[in-house]
Write a protein that binds this ligand. Structure first.
Ligand code: VG1
Ligand code: CO
Length: 573
């Protein structure tokens, strides 16, 4: 065994996006591609010094290329002088489990191999990201430094040791570094046990409560099996599609109404179970359903916030709640009623880390099916399912009743996200540039359902939408304000600009536009739509119908069809 130095040249584009570096598997399979990124990471973390005595956590969502990448990273960590690597059995660790292991074992950080909700397999996507000592995703300062290092890299170092057997628990040595193959579930399960009333959930299942948990052939399966069926006594078969596959069965492991159609069909059937749930590729996302009822992720965060004190881990109350900017304002309304702070951050879990570390927020959530708390520093799919189970068990209310209670008290934040996938990057950039150029003149403009026109200057008491009568049930048609969201981190003062164009109407309805930072092909435009409906008699109007006037405004304002050639979104959630 010896340490080799390999000459290399920089690759363009190794800039991590919303959640790590994601590229096609074929890109990661190029000689030196993964090695360059990992060397850049180690150089930024340790400078010229060895990582002596430090512990690294390593694992991934089990997708195609996971095993090969784990072996490469072990050899590079050995060359870097790490004292110990904790690697999940079979190279597997879910994203929230990695966060839990880093925190519980006092590791200096961890590497997660995942492209999360993106499809897998030899033609699919692969990804890598680094989580720091607090267990959370590397902040932008760090990802930027890694990127800069990738652009000047001339060599990397790795051991020429043989591959390590990963399928059995045990410890191996490589160049003086200990490699411990750990149970991927143990630390994670210990964290959940401290938070939830497992006894109450066990009694719920014993009373005949039926759950269908769809792990989408991804890494959530082993965790859900061990905890929900194993510890909580749910009948065998509660967790379906539970075995992690390298290509997720050829499906998108993305729990939303577009890709979890099988689960939705089960929950809409006459003999539907009481609750449905799903998690994504790396098990940090969650989708919650009641019998015949789909819970919007923004509502889920609001319900968890409202009822948190029913759960042992949060019984003493919440310090605050945080949501990503495009997530609906339902949580804000609950926070206000509870008298706690609500923070609005840019999209991506890395922005919650400081708020959690500083004790400013206890719960966090995103509209993209992500919810979590200060128990780890990642969103956590199974945690959200356990939270809902605990609430159902202790309140005696169904999933639907819990959400309807929220609506009755605070009104319904009708919400949808429309994605336009696979837009040529230049066209997507042109669309955003045009939107940004309009920002200074948008306030006061009116929209009649077809076109925008400069608003009449407001006079006292005059209806702001012009003299035409509004359609019954139409949204407010005058733009109140518009901007490009910028965030100043309240803890370290770091500033993140251009985080999404917000257009807010006089009745507080909202349209937000931003480009995805997780895709690997062209660009994805995300259009987020929100409208508050206080009138309970209108709470059952389907979201797409209630939001149709806002959709028309969004399409006109951004000239979506002109720029993309698309008359309809690819995915609506
Ligand atoms: C998307 C979501 C964002 C989420 C991110 C990572 O990012 O919008 O809310 O944090 O995915 O989720 P973007 O930039 O594509 O909109 V995961 O589960 O893929 O790590
Ligand atoms: Co994910």
């Amino acid at each position: 065994m010896s340490i080799q130095t390999v000459a290399t040249t920089p690759f363009a584009g190794q800039l991590p996006g919303t959640s790590g570096l994601r590229k096609k598997v074929t890109v990661f399979q190029q000689p030196h591609y993964l090695e360059n990124f990992v060397q850049a990471l180690f150089d930024v973390l340790h400078g010229d010094a060895p990582a002596a005595g430090q512990t690294l956590v390593l694992g991934g969502d089990g997708r195609f290329h996971n095993r090969a990448a784990v072996q490469t990273i072990l050899k590079m960590a050995a060359a870097r002088g790490y004292g110990r690597v904790l690697v999940g059995q079979g190279g597997i660790l879910s994203t929230p489990a990695t966060s839990a292991v880093i925190r519980r074992r006092g590791a200096s950080g961890g590497i997660i191999l995942s492209a999360s909700h993106n499809p897998g397999g030899p033609d699919g996507d692969f990804g890598i990201k680094y989580n720091a000592t607090n267990g959370g995703p590397a902040p932008e300062k760090l990802t930027q430094a890694i990127y800069e290092r990738t652009q000047t890299l001339g060599q990397y170092r790795l051991s020429d040791a043989p591959d390590i057997p990963l399928d059995a628990l045990g410890t191996h040595m490589m160049e003086g570094m200990a490699i411990e193959v750990i149970d991927p579930v143990a630390d994670y399960a210990a964290v959940q046990r401290e938070l939830f009333d497992f006894g109450a959930i066990r009694r719920l299942f014993a009373s005949g409560f039926r759950l269908r948990y769809d792990a989408m052939w991804a890494v959530g399966g082993p965790y859900a099996k061990a905890i929900i069926e194993g510890e909580l006594g749910a009948p065998a078969g509660t967790v379906v599609n539970a075995e992690p596959k390298e290509d997720f069965g050829g499906l998108h492991p993305d729990p939303n109404p577009a890709y979890a159609d099988d689960l939705i069909a089960h929950l809409m059937a006459p003999d539907a179970p009481d609750m449905g749930a799903a998690s994504d590729g790396d098990a940090d996302r969650n989708m919650i359903l009641g019998r015949g009822f789909i819970v919007s992720p923004s509502d889920s965060l609001a319900v968890l916030t409202a009822y948190a004190t029913k759960v042992p881990g949060y019984a003493s109350g919440l310090a605050g709640v945080a949501r990503s900017m495009p997530t609906s304002t339902a949580a804000d309304r609950v926070a206000k009623a509870l008298g706690i702070a609500c923070y609005e951050t840019p999209t991506g879990w890395k922005f919650f880390g400081n708020l959690l570390d500083a004790g400013k927020a206890t719960l966090c959530g995103e509209e993209s099916y992500g919810t979590g708390s200060n128990h780890v520093r990642e969103k956590d799919g199974l945690w959200a399912v356990l939270f809902w189970l605990n609430l159902v068990a202790t309140t005696g209310q169904s999933v639907e009743q819990l959400v309807r209670g929220l609506w009755t008290e605070h009104g319904r934040c009708v919400y949808s996200r429309h994605d336009y996938d696979g837009i040529p990057t230049e066209q997507a950039n042109a669309l955003m540039a045009e939107l940004r150029a309009q920002l200074p003149t948008l306030a006061g403009q009116t929209f009649d359902g077809h076109r925008l026109s400069p608003g009449r200057p407001k006079t006292d008491g005059a209806p702001s939408g012009g003299s035409e009568p509004r359609e019954a049930g139409s949204v407010g048609v005058t733009i109140s304000w518009a901007d490009d969201f910028a965030y100043t981190d309240p803890v370290d003062g770091s500033v993140s600009q251009k985080q999404g164009v917000r257009v807010v109407l006089e009745d507080s309805s909202r349209v937000v536009f931003r480009l995805s930072g997780t895709g690997t092909e062209g660009a994805t435009l995300r259009v987020y739509l929100e409208r508050h409906e206080p009138d309970a008699s209108r709470h059952d109007v389907p979201a797409q119908e209630a939001l149709a006037p806002l959709v028309a405004l969004a399409r006109t304002l951004a000239r979506i069809e002109h720029h993309t050639g698309m008359a309809q979104p690819t995915v609506m959630t």
